[in-house]
Design a protein around this ligand. Structure first.
Ligand code: NAD
Length: 502
């Protein structure tokens, strides 16, 4: 079968799959045909489909559908909307295996990681189900006979732009809360992993979500810019690399548009001399190699206070024992050849500057003749300026650097421009407290290398890991972002002796 025989995806607008505008009658008015990008499976590099590069004309259609759906959807009670999401939750459970298989195929996670990402996405749906109880207004008699209350009002059409590394989980960070709060949505999936969400929108429809409430537009930068610039799009969420997150936030700021743009990361773990070596080594290896290191919460720098040879030996032994594959416990490929090249370049450069490659994942590329492979890699640095210690690599690479004391470790963590996550490994509560209070990161861990806050807590970093109006995503941050407050002051009984100030 040739790559041309593989499916050509269509956008999902107003409850059905539609051809991108420019190819709907073979040619657009400008005479241009829709461009498609091949989608490859990272396991073998084979083309598994084609994703359209949608244009502003496609965005126009999707936003029009979302705008038309908004009055009726927002007029329903929050309980009614949550009721539909209960059915969606059941459908996610019913199709979890199938969705996980799609995540494995298009992204390259192992099956256990893929299934966990579906379940984690479901957790946000569960939080959205609680909103009829949680998203209450407050009311107070502020003066004799005068009452103030506020209500949370949906914003309108919202846009959500998501990255490749969690094909279902990251879209679920925004979608359930946004629509439960009464908004309608246009989602722009990553062009690298477009299939999973094309299945999920069908489940939303089956659950009873009305046509137009959730729409999908595929593509890269063009539809994102068109969404930001569209006057009917009232808020934008973005998750991806920092430089694009910053651009998205600035473009929205210029239009006075609400924006939450989560960026990249370089997360530090610090091992105190009193850390539990067995627990710490397992956790560090899981953190840097899980999902092939393609997690914004992956810890990528380990600062050992002192040399801690026993800990390093255990990390090396556990990393060396990992093998490539898609079964639980195995390490999958990275997303594409560009990613292999980038990861390899950082390892080569560190080696050239004098670092010791304690575990070398580079041979995995040769061992697996097809696909995009780099194995878990552990680098022991001596040069503090190595780029691998500072840049986001987004692969299964752990950089280890020995530091003299706690102050030096904190100074290094604080100096990195990101601020997604940081973790301290210790057996002492006082030591943990000392570090947690000094980390410059939004999500901190104690003996936990992937310190993802679970619902009802919100997710979000600091510094160059988050741009925008300073809400977090998910949890109560999501409720705050996807609603605005209407404040109402009422008086029913005429007051005696009232002045104009009363
Ligand atoms: P990316 O920035 O390349 O792409 C993200 C999205 O932006 C995609 O939908 C893409 O099509 C779109 N896009 C690409 N170029 C664009 C442009 N010029 N203008 C507007 N939109 C554009 O990111 P990625 O490689 O898909 O994902 C990996 C990155 O995402 C890593 O940096 C990772 O740390 C980050 N990430 C962050 C979080 C977080 O919560 N902070 C979570 C997951 C991933």
């Amino acid at each position: 079968m040739s790559s041309q025989d593989q499916p050509h995806l269509r956008n999902w607008i107003n409850g059905e799959f539609v051809e991108p505008v420019s190819s709907s009658s073979t040619e657009s008015s400008s005479g241009a045909q829709t461009q498609y990008l091949p989608v490859t499976s990272p396991f073998d590099g084979k083309v598994i489909g084609h994703v359209p590069l949608s244009t502003a004309a496609d965005v126009e259609k999707a936003v029009a559908a979302a705008k038309a759906a908004f009055p009726a959807w927002s007029a329903r009670t929050i309980k009614d909307r949550a009721g539909i999401l209960i059915r969606f939750h059941s459908l996610l459970t019913k199709h979890a295996e199938e969705l996980a298989d799609m995540v494995v195929l298009e992204h390259g996670k192992n099956k256990a990681e893929a299934l966990a990402s579906v379940l984690k996405g479901q957790e946000t749906v569960e939080y959205a189900l609680s909103l009829p109880q949680v998203a209450q207004s407050k009311m107070l008699e502020v003066s004799r006979g005068i009452t103030c209350y506020d209500t949370r009002v949906p914003i309108g059409v919202v846009a959500s732009v998501v990255p490749f590394n969690f094909p279902i989980m990251v879209p679920m960070w925004t979608l359930p809360i946004a629509i439960a709060m009464g908004n309608t949505m246009v989602l722009k999936p990553s062009e690298k992993v477009p299939f999973t969400m094309s299945k999920v929108v069908g489940l939303l429809k089956e659950a009873g979500v009305p046509n137009g409430v959730v729409n999908l537009v595929y593509g890269t930068a063009d539809p994102v810019n068109a969404l930001i610039d569209h006057p009917d799009v009232k808020a934008v969420t973005f998750v991806g690399t920092s430089h694009i997150a910053e651009m998205v936030a600035q473009r929205c700021h210029k239009l006075n548009k609400r924006v939450l743009a989560l960026g990249g990361a370089k997360n530090h773990m610090i091992s105190a001399p009193d850390c539990n070596i067995e627990m710490t080594s397992t956790d560090v290896v899981n953190s840097f190699s899980g999902c092939s290191g393609q997690r914004c919460m992956a810890a990528t720098v380990l600062l050992t206070i002192g040399k801690q040879q026993d800990l390093i030996d255990r990390i090396v032994a556990k990393a060396e024992a990992l093998s490539p594959g898609s079964s639980p416990g195995e390490v999958g490929p990275v997303i594409d050849q560009a990613s292999v090249d980038k990861i390899t370049r950082y390892i080569n450069e560190a080696e050239a500057s004098g670092a010791k490659i304690l575990v070398d994942g580079r041979p995995w590329a040769k061992r697996n003749k097809e696909g995009f492979w780099v194995g878990p890699t552990v680098i022991l640095h001596t040069n503090k300026n190595d780029a691998a210690l500072h840049d986001e690599i987004f692969g299964p690479v752990l950089s280890i650097l020995a530091v003299e004391n706690a102050e030096e470790a904190i100074a290094i963590e604080n100096a990195n421009p990101y601020g997604n996550a940081a973790c301290i490994y210790t057996s002492s509560g006082a030591t943990a407290d000392h570090f947690i209070k000094r980390f410059s990161a939004g999500m901190c861990g104690v003996n936990i290398g992937v310190a993802v806050p679970r619902e009802p807590f919100s997710f979000g970093g600091w510094n160059k890991s988050r741009f925008g109006n300073h809400c977090d995503i998910t949890g109560d941050g999501g409720v705050e972002f996807f609603s605005t407050r209407r404040k109402v002051t009422t008086k029913w009984v005429p007051q005696e002796n009232a002045s104009w100030m009363s």
